[in-house]
Design a protein around this ligand. Structure first.
Ligand code: AKB
Length: 344
């Protein structure tokens, strides 16, 4: 049994969100750790019961975050709280405050905690394919699978926020207070994954622009007609929620000495809305999808790459996609979503 002294304590923000739900389950299954969870909203009972403590609170509240980090001697932070791309376009200033302000707040506190304890706080930040900015459909097609350092010209507030937070994390991890005489030895240990569209069977997403695929799947599985807000040709990379959780846990556990960078692409497959709709139809033959294009959200999807190059994640820390589009439906989406709606 792991001794109390070695036991890790995770602070997880945004615990009431889709990834929060999956990550709490993943952390609880895999690790002997304490989980301190926070969210602005009440955390649902299924997630709450797996946490050691839950707090309703704002990631921008410096006093609260400091109290949680210090009181629980936090060793790891999974900072999930954020306003996603569609929501952020409606309230860009609030998005900046939460996405940048909240991350900066936690990075500063984690840096102070690392310095005072002489031990690096590990900081895991989900980033996004929204950090990329493709210059129209032709560029997107031509670029194929983009590497981490290519096309970093986001067109959304969310993408700009996340790209900046990646840079902030790298700064706090490698260069913080580089000219100070009293600079401590322990800087934070920052790691980030650029997530593609994520498909969860147990929860429905809100506020994102990649929601068009999960929305179609949930409509079909619950016996409702589906509406897709982008054209059938709209293509981005994807992964399922179990793969997303596993990837976040894996980057969190990866040996620092093997990491040649702090930010990595991850994805399982690239698919268009129309290709996903075809697979939905084979599993739910009576389902239907209607295309009602929202040109503004289509523009956002057009600015995201069709695919991402995950070779650095593969060589540095062994990332492997688990499922193709068809396998994801067969092994996870269909069985889990049928169980979910049978219970509902
Ligand atoms: C969104 O649609 O905003 C997110 C993302 C791709 O990061 N799901």
């Amino acid at each position: 049994m792991t001794s109390e002294a070695k036991r890790r304590t995770v602070l997880l923000t945004g615990a009431a969100g889709e990834i929060g739900h999956g990550l709490v389950h993943g952390l609880r299954t895999h690790d002997d750790i304490r989980i301190i969870a926070t969210d602005l909203k009440e955390i649902p009972e299924g997630t709450r019961s797996l946490c050691d403590e839950v707090h309703v609170g704002d990631v921008c509240d410096e006093g609260l975050m400091q109290q949680l980090i210090a009181m629980h001697e936090v060793t790891d932070i999974y900072h999930l709280a954020a306003l996603l791309s569609t929501r952020a376009e409606h309230v860009p200033e609030i998005a900046h405050e939460v996405n940048v302000g909240g991350t900066w707040n936690l990075l500063k506190l984690a840096a102070a905690h690392s310095a005072s304890h002489g031990r690096s706080v590990r900081f895991v930040l989900p980033s996004t394919i929204a950090v990329y900015g493709m210059d129209g459909a032709e560029h997107k097609e031509r670029a194929g699978a983009v590497s981490e350092d290519d096309c970093n010209l986001p067109t959304t507030m969310y993408g700009a926020n996340k790209l900046y937070c990646e840079h902030l994390g790298r700064y706090y991890s490698n260069h913080y207070r580089r000219l100070a005489d009293d600079r401590g030895a322990a800087l934070i240990d920052f790691r980030s994954l650029r997530l593609p569209g994520v498909i969860a069977a147990e929860t429905k997403p809100t506020g994102g622009t990649s929601d068009f695929v999960p929305e179609m799947i949930h409509a079909a599985a619950s016996g409702h007609p589906g509406t897709c807000f982008v054209r059938s040709s709209a293509r981005i990379p994807w992964m399922t929620m179990p793969e997303c959780v596993d990837a976040l846990l894996a980057i969190g556990r990866a040996d620092r000495s093997k990491l040649s960078r702090s930010v990595y692409n991850v994805a399982a497959f690239s698919a268009s809305a129309g290709e996903v709709a075809e697979v939905i139809r084979t599993h739910f033959p009576s389902s239907s999808v209607d295309y009602a294009i929202d040109e503004n959200r289509q523009d956002i999807v057009d600015s995201w790459p069709a695919d991402v190059d995950c070779s650095r994640a593969a060589s540095d820390w062994g990332y492997r996609p688990r499922w193709s589009l068809e396998e994801a439906f067969e092994h996870y989406i269909v069985p889990s979503i049928q169980t979910h709606y049978a219970k509902a």
